[in-house]
Design a protein around this ligand. Structure first.
Ligand SMILES: O=C(O)CCC(=O)C(=O)O
Ligand SMILES: [Fe+2]
Length: 296
């Protein structure tokens, strides 16, 4: 899937439609975020996670921004394990009345950290906006249909999966099985394997496929709210990160609608024979409940 400033062809729009329907996961290239910036942001993320724990704990996650230590989150809330073997750092919107809630490592310790993360955030957000308008076009909607859910509610999640020391409970994963909650996610990693997708969430036993790394490309996936809007025409696909013994870094950028957006089945996505599968829901209510469960 190509995404550039120039005109997009109808063939590319149908290719996007099929990718959202078949897998809910696809690669995105020519997205306008330079690979150098991606690598720089990954390096800064590594710098942060390499700090002593007491330094990281000075920025504890508050209002869903800041640091969460190993095992603090469990993405598969049905699992009986202590939590996921990953540490994370969240950055929320940069330019609204909540921007002051963001937490930043001290400039003395990491001088270019905030600048790099803000630049990365802005660039990925603009690629995400463009992609969301293409997703609307692919559904025969007005280009700005999903952007009416402005101000968007994007979050950058930095992730670090440590190399393992000693024996661990088999049930513990890097990121346990989950689907993402919002509209779309744009993901990059340092190339260390581990990410897997399961195309049929209800099939038993579940079949997991590895997602290969393409340097400079985003792995994009559809989230639950987009699945609800489209009455499951677009798939919010189950995915996870397994433990490989190797250390791994990734950065997930979640593009979510404004909390007050009412997400209800699109007119073109239901019929008498295929009624809406989900009741309408306020985006903020759905997201808050999912986030609450992840930490409980
Ligand atoms: O680290 C990865 O590759 C995936 C992370 C992920 O699925 C998430 O943060 O929601
Ligand atoms: Fe995810």
């Amino acid at each position: 899937m190509l995404l550039c400033e120039c005109k997009i062809s109808s063939k590319q729009v149908s290719c996007l439609f099929l990718a959202c329907m078949d897998y809910g996961f696809f690669y995105l290239i020519n997205h306008g975020v330079e690979n150098e910036l991606i690598q720089k942001a990954l390096e800064e993320s590594r710098n942060f996670f390499s700090l002593p724990l007491e330094e990281k704990l000075k920025l504890p996650r508050t209002e869903h921004r800041g640091y969460t230590p190993l095992y603090a989150e469990k993405l598969d809330t049905s699992l009986h394990s202590e939590g996921d073997l990953k540490e994370t750092f969240y950055i929320g919107t940069l330019d609204d009345d909540k921007s002051h809630l963001n937490q930043w490592p001290s400039q003395e310790i990491l001088p270019s950290w905030r600048f790099t993360m803000e630049l990365y955030y802005e660039k990925v957000l603009s690629a995400g906006r463009r992609l969301i308008s293409l997703i609307a076009l692919a559904l025969n909607l007005e280009e700005d249909f999903f952007l009416k859910a402005e101000p968007l509610y994007p979050f950058l999640r930095l992730l670090h999966y440590p190399a393992e020391q000693g024996m661990l409970d088999e049930k513990v994963l890097g990121a346990s099985a989950h689907s993402d909650y919002g509209m779309i996610t744009l993901l990059v990693s340092d190339g260390v394997p581990g990410l897997q997708v399961c195309r049929e969430k209800s099939q038993e036993p579940q079949v997991w496929e590895d997602v290969n790394h393409i340097s400079g490309a985003f792995v994009v996936n559809i989230g639950d709210l987009m699945e609800r809007w489209t009455n499951c025409l677009y798939r919010s696909t189950l995915h996870r990160v397994i433990r490989t013994g190797q250390e791994r870094y990734s950065m997930a950028f979640f593009v979510d609608p404004c909390p007050d957006t009412l997400v209800e089945c699109l007119r073109s996505c239901y019929s008498e024979a295929y009624p809406p599968r989900f009741p309408p829901i306020r985006s903020g209510d759905y997201l808050d409940e999912k986030i609450r469960l992840t930490y409980s």
